[in-house]
Design a protein. Structure first.
Length: 347
């Protein structure tokens, strides 16, 4: 191969490559042309450069100049084409994704709290005005915290009141009430204590309009020097008036709970008949909303508190019962049905 032939081939390569580069539709096509003409292995320019070794020594520098001119022309064309293609792609993307800022926005679906969550928040808000702090406890408890430390030993007949569901975790069980939180708070805090303990509870019960195997409670605990039933009565009266209306009648009546002594049930005037007597209240004119009492000295001792110095009271209420009374809901099962016809009423 002589100088004229190699020079002619280099010129032809440039004349062939530049139009193809200018017509390349995208970056992928440009990458293929880059490999085809400038690739180190198999590239057209590399193939021609192998012929330089066959030329006389005087001709080689002249061919080298021609090779560099072709290389620079091809590389320049590739760079320009890449820039042009990238700009075109960006322009097309901006045009496709253009947003008319004057167009009204898409409506966003507005959710709401579940009536159980809303009721718990309202209960916490009311008691928070009296200095009660909300705590959370685990849903899986031990027999000791769920029963024994609450003055309910293994052979106590009061255990028949709870159909307990046990789990395979070292004798653990799903808590049957939120009362174990009393023990946990007393171990974590020193008097004076004002604690509110909402949470989910579990009992193996037949499900009907007024019973469920999964339900929510809110436990309240106050421990201080000189605490008495009058303090409890005044607090619950204020709660009932804030929750159900200032004119709502209330009453204490004797009750029984192993972890309080004395124990009481707290009733409000029937929200359906206004105290006149109806099927909803068993024609008594009263509805029970919670149980309460003075914390048993044994429970205080299990909580690490001296019952000779401190006294306390506790109360527990079913959140579903409170929500049903507030909103006139007649069946506890619908709280867990996820029925939008109900939930949309609480937006």
């Amino acid at each position: 191969m002589d100088l004229a032939t190699l020079t002619s081939q280099l010129r032809a390569l440039g004349e062939e490559a530049l139009p193809k580069i200018a017509a390349a539709p995208d970056l992928a096509a440009l990458a293929e042309l880059d490999v085809a003409y400038l690739g180190r292995k198999g590239g057209a320019l590399s193939g021609l450069m192998r012929g330089i070794g066959q030329l006389p020594a005087d001709d080689r520098p002249r061919v080298g100049v021609a090779v560099n001119e072709v290389r620079e022309a091809v590389e320049g064309a590739l760079a320009s084409a890449r820039q042009r293609t990238a700009q075109a792609a960006l322009a097309a993307r901006l045009a496709a994704e253009a947003v008319d800022v004057t167009t009204p926005g898409r409506p966003i679906a507005r959710g709401s709290l579940h009536p159980i969550s809303e009721t718990i928040s309202r209960i916490a808000e009311i008691f928070g005005q009296f200095g009660f702090v909300t705590y959370e406890g685990p849903e899986v408890e031990s027999d000791a915290t769920n029963f024994q430390m609450l003055n309910i030993p293994p052979d106590h007949p009061a255990r028949d009141l709870w159909d307990t569901m046990y789990v395979d975790i070292d004798g653990g069980l799903l808590r049957t009430h939120t009362s174990p939180g009393q023990i946990r708070v007393m171990h974590a805090e020193r008097p004076p204590i004002r604690a509110l303990l909402p949470g989910r509870c579990f009992r193996y019960e037949a499900v009907d309009a007024s019973h469920a195997s999964e339900f929510f409670q809110v436990e309240g605990l106050m421990v201080d020097e000189g605490t008495n039933l009058a303090d409890l009565r005044g607090l619950l009266d204020e709660f009932a008036h804030a929750m159900f209306g200032a004119g709502r009648a209330t009453r204490f009546r004797p009750g029984y709970y192993p972890f309080t002594e004395p124990s009481v049930a707290f009733d409000v005037g029937c929200l359906v008949c206004g105290g006149m007597g109806c099927p909803a209240c068993g024609r008594t004119g009263w509805m029970t909303i919670l149980g309460a009492g003075m914390v048993h000295p044994v429970v205080l001792q299990h909580g690490g508190i001296d019952p000779e110095r401190y006294q306390g009271f506790a109360f527990g209420m079913g959140v579903e019962r409170i929500a049903m009374l507030r909103h006139g809901i007649g069946d506890v099962r619908i709280f867990l049905d996820n029925d939008l016809r109900l939930l949309e009423q609480f937006r």
